[in-house]
Design a protein around this ligand. Structure first.
Ligand SMILES: *[C@@H]1O[C@H](CO)[C@@H](O)[C@H](O)[C@H]1NC(C)=O
Ligand SMILES: *[C@@H]1O[C@H](CO)[C@@H](O)[C@H](O)[C@H]1NC(C)=O
Ligand SMILES: [Cu+2]
Length: 171
């Protein structure tokens, strides 16, 4: 009531800007996914999150690199078996996750996440944000076309959806 809408709107835009670079990666945690391949086209930045989804046949165990190499879940950093495990990638560095059920890690349920600083460009990315030369120019009122990379699309979609929700709340 006492807070002018303009101030609320500025706060909302600031909140959106702060979240603009956070991406959630959904990890379908099972015995059939090749996680080496899954990580290969993704860039994980500090502030991003992972959401592991899995059945009761699995769990998520975070381990140190030495235990990762040998699939040893004996003294984990952390362990979760809720079926839906959210992991915050808070700081740059490597994170190691395995399934603690006997035999699953050695059969491929292991994933190494290399978290880079939030401002780092993805490996091999061109220095400037590129627009496909063949793409038609969108009408001026349209939002920018999302990148073809799934994480970026998630990022953009989440940002737009959040912006809509917050703007509605602000008004
Ligand atoms: C997983 O994918 C990587 C990269 O594409 C490949 O080199 C590897 O052989 C695959 N592993 C399995 C078990 O298929
Ligand atoms: C697994 O790790 C624990 C704790 O570090 C260690 O005591 C145990 O010997 C390891 N097991 C194997 C099979 O290496
Ligand atoms: Cu498992």
């Amino acid at each position: 009531m006492a807070i002018p809408r303009a101030i609320v709107a500025v706060a909302v835009m600031a909140a959106i800007a702060g979240l603009a670079n956070a991406t959630n990666f959904d990890v379908s945690w099972d015995l059939s996914t090749n996680y080496t391949r899954w990580v290969s086209d993704k860039t994980f930045r500090a502030g991003d999150t992972l959401t592991f989804s899995y059945t009761s046949s699995h769990d998520v165990v975070e381990v140190r690199s030495s235990s990762y190499a040998t699939c040893n879940a004996t003294s984990p950093v952390s362990k979760s078996a809720t079926g839906n495990t959210l992991v915050a990638l808070g700081a740059p560095g490597k994170r190691y996750f395995i399934c603690g059920i006997t035999g699953h890690c050695s059969r491929g349920m292991k994933i190494e996440i290399d978290v880079v600083t939030a401002s780092s460009p993805p490996p091999g990315a061109s220095p400037s944000p590129s627009v496909s030369p063949a793409a038609p120019t969108p009408p001026a009122s349209s939002p920018p076309a999302p990148s073809t990379a799934p994480p970026s699309r998630t990022r953009t979609t989440a940002k737009v959806a959040l912006g809509v929700v917050l703007m509605v709340l602000a008004l």
